[in-house]
Each structure stands twice: as structure tokens, then as C-alpha cells.
Design a protein around this ligand. Structure first.
Ligand SMILES: [Zn+2]
Length: 164
């Protein structure tokens, strides 16, 4: 049986542009979150009672039971770092002047995590899973209804306990 021979062919390329415009909507749940953030500087989620979950940002349906979520919950701007990553190189493999840090933060009152920047992380040894952070929210005049209305999270200095 003769084997088929693959011919090496030169791949043709065409350069061009495709004009694409898009409009992203945050959806009903996202609107609840972004409206509260823009207008009141608050962080709002939605609660599923049967699953004992508080989703932040707010969502319309529970990921566990698929029930509709209608109960809005304001959560605290403080939370706990659940995971984090620190980048020292940019996407073109060039060393950054200052490292960039991002974290998954569980806000107090929420059962889910929110991904955002960690601000002013010059010393990576200061960050740990379990670090306490607080959201830095832009002043009202600068808020646009975007996730970037939250500038990021900054580490909260550990409070020195009083021994008894
Ligand atoms: Zn549920």
C-alpha cells in the first residue's frame, strides 16, 4: 500500500483589519454591584439563603442551586487575602520597575472572592494568605461604574494587641 505523501506547502497570509465594535453589559447582577459602587461607593453582593452564600460582585443566580438571587447584601470594604500573585516581569519579559500584585480577596460578609490589585506592594514578604486588606474606592467624582472604581486593596497594618 502506498503511503500518502504530504506535500509541504507554503502558508499564505493576508494582512487586514476587521472593524469590530462591541458593547459589554454587566448583566442584571453586575448592574446591582456597579450601580452601588458608582453611586454610593458601596460593595454589594447577593445572598442565597438555602446555600448560605453571599456572592460579591452581586449575581442573579446561585452557582450551587441555580436559584434566583434577589436579596442584596452590603459587605464590608475590608477582607482577607485568600490567594495572591506578584509579577516582576511584564508580558514582554521585561523587568518591572515595581512589582505588580493581584489578589483574591474575600470581603467580610462575602463567601466568594474578588480579584483585584494589591496596592503599594514593594515588599512581597509583607503579603501572605490571610493578610487583612481594605478596598480603596475612588472619590465619587471619579467613579464611572467600572471595577476600576476600586483602585485596589491595600494592606491593613497589623494592630498590636494588648496583652492581658
Ligand atoms: Zn443557592
Amino acid at each position: 500500500m502506498a503511503r500518502a505523501r504530504l506535500r509541504k506547502t507554503k502558508t499564505n497570509k493576508w494582512r487586514g483589519e476587521i472593524p469590530i465594535a462591541s458593547l459589554y453589559t454587566a448583566g442584571v447582577g453586575g448592574q446591582i454591584f456597579f450601580k452601588a459602587l458608582k453611586e454610593r461607593g458601596e460593595l454589594v453582593g447577593t445572598r442565597c439563603g438555602p446555600c448560605n452564600q453571599v456572592y460579591v460582585p452581586a449575581r442573579c443566580f446561585c452557582e450551587r442551586c441555580f436559584g434566583e438571587l434577589t436579596e442584596e447584601i452590603k459587605v464590608e470594604p475590608e477582607g482577607t487575602v485568600k490567594s495572591f500573585s506578584i509579577s516582576y516581569m511584564d508580558h514582554q519579559n521585561r523587568r518591572l520597575k515595581r512589582p505588580l500584585a493581584s489578589a483574591l480577596v474575600q470581603l467580610d460578609g462575602a463567601t466568594t472572592v474578588l480579584l483585584h490589585r494589591l496596592l503599594d506592594v514593594k515588599d512581597a514578604s509583607r503579603v501572605a494568605i490571610g493578610s487583612r486588606v481594605e478596598a480603596v474606592i475612588k472619590p465619587k467624582a471619579k467613579r464611572t461604574g467600572s471595577i476600576l472604581d476600586i483602585e485596589g486593596f491595600r494592606l491593613i497594618a497589623k494592630k498590636i494587641g494588648v496583652s492581658r
